[in-house]
Design a protein around this ligand. Structure first.
Ligand code: AMP
Ligand code: MG
Length: 653
């Protein structure tokens, strides 16, 4: 194995595991060198069961198609020489033979000079005949003759033997993916089954004590196993048969047993999790005991996906994907899919690319090729690629993206305004009808629901109020939802508008103090008194909000210069505040009424926040924006918003 690196002993300290980080290209090259070339295992499959499979061998046509000279029309088989003088004013009369050649009927009588035989489309051309006359170009002339008013060229309306497929011709090459068209060619040649490359059996395993399978109850500190479902589906999408083995606890003995069993039963093993530096991360250590050459790459200069581990044990590939779902998905698609498709005999996937402008600077880590998921929107000057800002732990940053762009390992950023190549996840760009960029609110989903039902696609990109305003000013969206409080004028939103933007009132969200229902310290108090009581109690912990959030401005006004315990816990969403209080990590915080109620928390109202829309005036006549504004004003939306705990705004408030 000249290309494979010598595996380093992994049984000492964990800390050295990423010392040899390979570039993405090196890692892929070494992994492929350790796996290929290899003999593809094939199996015979009936045509119907061969759909989507790669042919294992070339297929040569065993017969001619059509297998005989065939009539293409309903009419009469004739000798063209008999009709050489025929014309509108010079009809030629030919005698009809006493035979009708239907489809599937082998002719018996020859066509002699001066005669014709009635023949159906698909009927075999009889001996002596060399052309077919369409029935429309003839007239009956008594019981057993016809009159022909057109000459016929030799071969007219005849498909000759083998003109479609000639016996001995290369019909389909090995590696061709069998689709309905290929099945048609094979069926026409009478081929009932073909040798196809076996779908590799791929064992899929998640690792981690914290994992719970979807459908089961979530215990405290546990999360749902996302990678198991993703990888299982992605394996099937790319030519493999996935065998999902569940989530295995971080126990070296248990995991080793499971991995050995999986390797015995399957052709490939894909694990996720347990490949970083954590104390419980053991799978990469087990690999060293499973067969030669073992680990090929552990640590790839890739973001997301640095902890990726690639191994080959006695000819079988083993992959440990990073635990974070987005990293797992990305590395699987980028590095594992090409290998899996090759094992399945399938051609490489072709990904479409477009060029799009990046509207903001994207910072990047030096030394790692960074892949950034982006959502595409269309602006005046072309496509704009918004980076998904949720980080590698966020499943939505992959699932809701249109594609990704690459920042070179040697760059520490991609400057704002860069025209970047975006690799699409779909064959074509899906340009949304309505683009909303700004602060997200669950009420927004209620207002856009009728648009979705009307077939309009809505793209909502959460970048916060200020980010939304900036996008609206650049003309990259139709509207920006904002809730910005201006201290000077003591008013919401209007002071932040600039030329080209206009404010459309949205709804009001009651902000207030949340606490666990039954907490005697707060029960029965108003918001101001509750905060006073909390500040007086040294054991009381708060949860704050991030700098720049509208809610944070309210909290800071309430607290003044005081910095109570918990002040530096600054999550970025209303839901995170509610969760911190529900889970006893904090005793009080500020959030909006619908979130407090959904979490079953006590709530003391404080002030109403204005959630409005900065609409880009130049886009106002666009049908999707008109549809949004109509939906916003509709009684249905008002009812739905009120039901969810929001107060729809009228022009007066
Ligand atoms: P690990 O590499 O095992 O330390 O995992 C890194 C992070 O990914 C941790 O936050 C894990 O909880 C998370 N993680 C690992 N496996 C999964 C999985 N199958 N589904 C969802 N999250 C996971
Ligand atoms: Mg883990």
């Amino acid at each position: 194995m000249p290309n494979a690196p010598v595996p380093r002993p992994r049984d000492s300290v964990d800390q050295d595991q990423f010392l040899t980080i390979l570039s993405r290209e090196d890692a892929v090259a070494r992994f492929e060198a350790a796996l290929f070339p290899r003999v593809a295992v094939s199996e015979r499959r009936s045509l119907a069961d061969a759909l989507g499979r790669a042919l294992a061998t070339d297929i040569v046509a065993p017969i001619d198609v059509p297998p005989f000279d065939r009539s293409n029309v309903d009419g009469f088989a004739v000798r063209s020489a008999d009709l050489a003088s025929a014309g509108e004013s010079a009809p030629v009369r030919v005698a009809l033979n006493d035979e009708v050649i239907a489809c599937g009927t082998a002719p018996v009588q020859p066509v002699m000079t001066g005669t014709a035989t009635s023949i159906a489309t698909g009927g075999p051309v009889p001996r002596g005949a060399d052309a077919i006359i369409m029935v429309e170009h003839t007239r009956p002339a008594g019981a057993d003759a016809i009159e022909v008013r057109r000459a016929a060229s030799p071969g007219q309306f005849v498909s000759y033997t083998g003109s479609d497929i000639a016996r001995g011709e290369m019909l389909l090459r090995a590696g061709t993916v069998v689709g309905s068209r290929e099945i048609g060619m094979l069926a026409a040649c009478g081929i009932a089954d073909v040798a196809v490359v076996c779908r590799p059996r791929v064992a899929v395993m998640s690792t981690g004590d914290e994992l719970v399978q979807p459908g089961e109850a979530l215990r405290p500190a546990a999360i749902y196993d996302t990678n198991g479902a993703i990888v299982t589906a992605a394996v099937c999408e790319n030519g493999g048969d996935a065998v999902f083995l569940g989530a295995i606890a971080d126990d070296e003995r248990v995991l080793e047993t499971a991995m050995r069993q999986a390797l015995a039963d399957c052709d490939m093993l894909v694990l996720s999790g347990g490949t970083s530096k954590g104390a419980g991360d053991v799978s990469h250590r087990i690999i060293a005991r499973l067969g030669a050459p073992g680990i090929i790459a552990h640590g790839v200069a890739l973001k997301p996906g640095k902890p990726l581990c690639l191994a080959v044990c006695d000819g079988k590939p083993i992959v440990i994907l990073p635990g974070f779902p987005t990293s797992a998905m990305f590395t699987f698609h980028d590095i594992i899919v090409p290998v899996l498709r090759r094992l399945a005999g399938l051609p490489p996937r072709t990904d479409a690319q477009v060029t799009a402008k990046v509207p903001v600077r994207i910072a990047s880590e030096l030394g790692r090729a960074e892949f950034v998921m982006v959502s595409l929107v269309e602006a005046e000057g072309g496509l704009i690629a918004y980076p998904g800002g949720k980080g590698s732990g966020a499943i939505t940053s992959f699932a809701q993206a249109d594609g990704f762009l690459r920042i070179d390992a040697l760059a520490d950023q991609m400057p704002s305004g860069t025209e970047a190549a975006v690799t699409l996840f779909t064959p074509h760009v899906r340009v949304p009808d309505l683009v909303i960029v700004g602060s997200h609110c669950t009420g927004l989903d209620l207002v856009t629901a009728p648009l979705a039902r009307a077939g309009l696609s809505v793209r909502s990109i959460s970048v916060g109020s200020l980010g939304g305003l900036a996008a609206a000013k650049r003309g990259e969206c139709d509207l920006a939802p904002i809730h910005l409080f201006d201290d000077k004028t003591e008013s919401y939103n209007t002071p932040f508008l600039t030329e080209g933007l206009e404010l459309v009132p949205g709804w009001r969200r009651m902000q207030g103090i949340v606490f666990r229902a039954g907490d005697k310290r707060f029960e029965g108090l108003g918001a101001q008194d509750a905060v006073r009581a909390a500040l007086a109690d040294a054991a009381c912990i708060m949860v704050n909000r991030n700098q720049g959030a509208g809610t944070r401005i309210l909290i800071d006004r309430l607290l003044g210069p005081t910095r109570p315990d918990g002040y530096w816990n600054q999550p970025k969403s209303h839901n995170a505040v509610a969760a911190a209080v529900s889970q006893h990590r904090a005793d009080w915080g500020m959030t909006i009424a619908p979130v407090a109620h959904a979490a079953g928390l006590g709530f003391m109202p404080l002030a109403e926040e204005h959630y409005d829309f900065a609409v880009v005036t130049s886009r106002k006549q666009r049908p999707a924006l008109q549809a949004f504004l109509a939906a916003l004003r509709s009684p249905e939306s008002h009812t739905a918003l009120a039901h969810a705990g929001f107060r729809p705004a009228t022009d007066e408030n």
